[in-house]
Design a protein around this ligand. Structure first.
Ligand code: UD1
Ligand code: MG
Length: 439
């Protein structure tokens, strides 16, 4: 375990032109969370609090999203070494861990290995062997992993491109090697100051550089939307694996999508085609049936959701609740044992224990200007095709008859009917039919 502290610098000032996007590359999302936020949470688990983000002057919006870290701006995108030097005042006379804002999945354990390796060498570089080395820089190392140089794709000759040991960009630079950053020159085809040149300079000065290899999925950089989709896939695969390992059944793992913060208790059972957006917690033994979309919701144990349910943010579903097909729930609480089984919209509502909501019930929560609350007390039963016009309270154990449009509060134990009485006009259907079919 490494004891002395270090500074982390995340490089994110590149233009990201290959993304073809108005949004800065590092604000694109993986598992519902920005690339930068992924790195910040990994650094948090690594217990690193000294973090600096290097952005371009125009990236004010990016900086404002991360108020708790240091910010440095790189005036012009003159390359990765220049970007790192823009944050020089935040090196704080410590070793520096360099992360790339476009490489979000690096694991804490891998960074830990890099930190440990840096006890013996001056520069540690994280390397990988992708199936297709594409345009990554190539690392030239001996059998023990000591690196002599890194050659950028654009500068490499065909023979050098045969080497499949690729640079992830991430580096741990011991403070003794930091002054060499100023010796890096931009004599290359892109006229950029390449951070990768640090390795050769270190060797020239009798300092050692070493590569630590990690799996490609962790170190894959995102330059294009194709990369973004591939990294998303890796993220989802990791999550699926973690969920299965922790005691969750995924009938068809490839068709279930998780977010960065999804939590699911043991013995929960997820059927195919389920999307779990940010902020979802499922307790133990929750059954999510096929084709459901859940975001920003907590679901209590032994509840059944779906098939085809949509649960929207700020929803709290307690234990033993049933939410059935074609039901949408928004910003509502459903207490223990409540049931909304078919074709309903429940918004801005509170349903007490054991409330039963029939098919086609709609809470009319919006008058075009404001949203209003519906409160249904324990044991109440709402018949099919009822409109509950909020603001409204339905008292304990009340029954609302089918088809009612309820606009006033209902006392406990009342039976409420708002539909017109039924009128059976004897023989009228036959008379009507006879008239229409008369020759
Ligand atoms: C870089 C590496 C390459 C490596 C690859 C891994 C260099 C010179 N090349 O290439 O060896 O295989 O990453 O993904 O380091 N950035 C700045 N300012 C700049 C330029 C870049 O902050 O002037 C930032 C970018 O925002 C990005 C990171 O540095 O987060 C890497 O830049 P990028 O242009 O993506 O470099 P690659 O071509 O991917
Ligand atoms: Mg890149």
């Amino acid at each position: 375990m490494r004891k002395h502290p270090f500074s982390s610098i995340i490089l994110a000032a590149g233009q990201g032109t290959r993304m073809k996007s108005a949004l800065p590359k590092v604000l694109h999302k993986i598992g519902g969370q920005s690339l930068i936020a992924h790195l910040l949470s990994t650094l948090k688990t690594l217990n690193c609090r000294d973090i600096t983000l290097v952005t371009a002057p125009s990236m004010e919006e990016t900086r404002s999203q991360f108020p708790k870290i240091h910010h440095a701006t790189q005036k012009k995108p003159l390359g990765t070494a220049n970007a790192l030097l823009s944050a020089e005042k935040f090196f704080h006379n410590q070793d520096v861990l360099v992360l790339y804002g476009d490489t979000p999945l690096v694991q804490e354990s891998t960074l830990q290995k890099a930190l440990e390796a840096a006890q013996d060498v001056h520069v540690v570089v994280l390397g990988m062997r992708p199936e297709d080395p594409a345009q990554y820089g190539r690392i030239f190392a001996d059998d023990k992993g000591y690196i002599s140089r890194i050659v950028e794709y654009k500068e490499a000759n065909p023979e050098e491109l045969q080497n499949n040991l690729c640079n992830s960009g991430m580096m741990l630079i011991r403070k003794e090697a930091l002054p060499l950053l100023k010796e890096i020159r931009d004599k290359n085809s892109k006229k950029e100051f390449y951070l990768t040149d640090l390795v050769q300079l270190a060797n020239d000065h009798g300092l050692k550089a070493q590569v630590i290899e990690a799996p490609f999925w962790e170190l894959q950089g995102i330059n294009t939307r194709v990369d973004l989709a591939e990294v998303e896939f890796s993220f989802q695969q990791t999550k699926r694996h973690q969920m299965l390992e922790s005691g969750v059944t995924l009938v068809d793992p490839y068709s279930v999508y998780f977010s960065f913060d999804t939590e699911i208790g043991e013995d929960s059972y997820i059927e195919p085609n389920v999307f779990l957006g940010a902020g979802v917690t499922l307790a133990k033994n929750v059954h999510v049936r096929a084709n459901s979309y859940i975001e920003g919701a907590t679901i209590g144990s032994d509840s059944v959701i779906g098939p085809f349910a949509r649960i929207r943010p700020e929803t709290k579903i307690e234990t033993q609740v049933k939410v059935g097909n074609f039901v949408e729930i928004k910003k509502s609480t459903l207490e223990k044992g409540s049931k909304v089984s078919h074709l309903s919209y429940i918004g801005d509502s509170h349903l007490g224990e054991k409330v039963n909501v029939g098919a086609g019930v709609i809470t009319a929560n919006y008058d075009g200007f404001n949203k209003y609350k519906t409160n249904v007390e324990a044991g109440a039963s709402i018949g099919v095709n009822v409109s509950l016009v909020a603001p409204l309270t339905i008292g304990k154990n009340a029954i609302i008859g089918a088809g009612s449009v309820v606009t006033q509060d209902v006392p406990s134990d009342a039976l409420t009917l708002t539909r017109p009485p039924q009128d059976n006009i004897k023989g009228a259907a036959k008379r009507f039919r006879d008239k229409r079919t008369k020759k």
